[in-house]
Design a protein around this ligand. Structure first.
Ligand code: PHE
Length: 377
């Protein structure tokens, strides 16, 4: 303990004070200590410690002086000790407050300096992106179908086998499941149903019909997955737009007319369409829609005179699968197959975009290479 501290804990009589000057000398010592500590309080934290050391109720210096020097003082010293203590208290309180004001001002200044905005610095330019080409094509397709009364719905990419297969009339051992081999999720033991990444947007036919009563006219843009090895025309993830129209009196003519209208809106009035018989378990009859080759105009001959490499001379390009909704499907969603009819189609968007924009590798859609993306602002 420093000598001042031990003095503060000791009564004046025990300190051997015998003259008024001894009292003044003691207080001078206290004042000196105060000044040196005051100059050390430079920030808020040290100022608080400083304040408590002097004004703290229990063991602050002023309390010690009051308890140990003033209270037990003999009557002859009480007045002089009281006067010195008052002087000390006045000084200490005023100085501590003054330090506080100084430190706060300094903190403000420091904050101002820290947050100063340098107007001479060049700004940060953030490049404005654009929609991915696939997104743009989705948008074009949505606009066309919305203009003829369809609405847009979206559905989950993780599906149950029921929606992806069974309710679409594809029972467990049906051979078309091989074409739609996909990714199954690893689930904890005892999970109620397997889950898979949907292989097509067709499950949304079921989900939509379960929720709505006819008339139904929806398109479903979305991402789909198959266990394919990547090459210029295959990717394990790709995009489709599903279409479904069900009402009391929809005919095959409504179906082909709608498709034809869409294709001409999308590729331009010059293209022709045709359909060929095909097979899907959930449509009957099923067709494959072709469009005249947009590269050679349907002639099969390239601009240079040789065989058109895009349609391989056929003049036609296969566009998408479609058909009249198989009555069996209505059974899964509680529609009466005798009262309703309708059509469905599934457009491969990547392929459509490749045709329209002359892109020959599907992989560029998934590589996020801005040199490619910037060409479609
Ligand atoms: N879902 C089918 C596919 O992905 C396409 C399709 C959709 C066919 C709707 C008919 C009706 O191959």
């Amino acid at each position: 303990m420093s000598s001042l501290e031990s003095k503060l804990a000791t009564k004046l009589t025990d300190l051997g004070v015998s003259r008024a000057e001894d009292v003044s000398a003691l207080f001078a010592e206290v004042h000196a200590r105060f000044e040196s500590e005051a100059s050390a309080a430079r920030d808020e934290a040290s100022w608080k410690l400083f304040r408590d050391a002097w004004l703290g109720r229990k063991s602050g210096v002023l309390t010690l002086v009051t308890d140990n020097w003033l209270k037990p003082a003999t009557p002859e010293y009480k007045r002089v000790v009281g006067a010195e203590l008052n002087k000390l208290r006045g000084h200490v309180e005023a100085q501590i407050e003054a330090r506080r004001v100084e430190i706060e001002g300094g903190a403000d200044e420091a904050a101002l300096a820290r947050e100063r905005v340098d107007l001479s610095l060049p700004g940060v330019t953030r490049a404005v992106g654009s929609h991915h080409l696939i997104r743009q094509v989705f948008q074009q397709i949505e606009d066309i179908f919305v203009s003829i009364g369809f609405s847009v719905v979206e559905g989950p990419e993780i599906e149950t086998p029921y929606f992806n297969f069974e309710a679409l009339n594809i029972p467990e051992f049906h051979p078309v499941r091989d074409d739609m081999d996909t990714f199954y999720l690893q689930l904890p033991k005892g999970a109620p149903t397997p889950l898979l990444l949907r292989t097509h947007t067709s499950p949304m036919q079921i989900r939509t019909m379960e929720k709505r009563q006819p008339p139904v006219r929806v398109i479903v843009p979305g991402k789909v997955y198959r266990r394919d090895n990547p090459d210029a025309t295959h990717s394990f993830a790709f995009h489709q737009v599903e279409g479904l129209a069900v009402d009391s009196d929809i005919t095959f003519c409504d179906f082909t007319g709608t498709i034809e209208y869409f294709v001409k809106q999308f590729f331009g009035p010059g293209v022709k369409t045709r359909f060929r018989p095909s097979y899907f378990p959930f449509t009957e009859p099923s067709v494959e829609f072709d469009v005249t080759c947009v590269f050679c105009g349907g002639s099969g001959v390239s601009a240079g005179g040789g065989t058109c490499s895009k349609c391989k001379g056929a003049g036609w390009i296969e566009l998408f699968g479609a058909g009249m909704v198989d009555p069996a499907v209505y059974g899964f969603v509680g529609y009466d197959p005798k009262k309703v009819s309708g059509f469905a189609f599934g457009i491969g968007i990547d392929r459509l975009a490749m045709l329209k924009y002359g892109i020959d590798d599907i992989q560029v859609f998934f590589q996020s290479d801005v040199r490619f993306l910037r060409q479609f602002p």
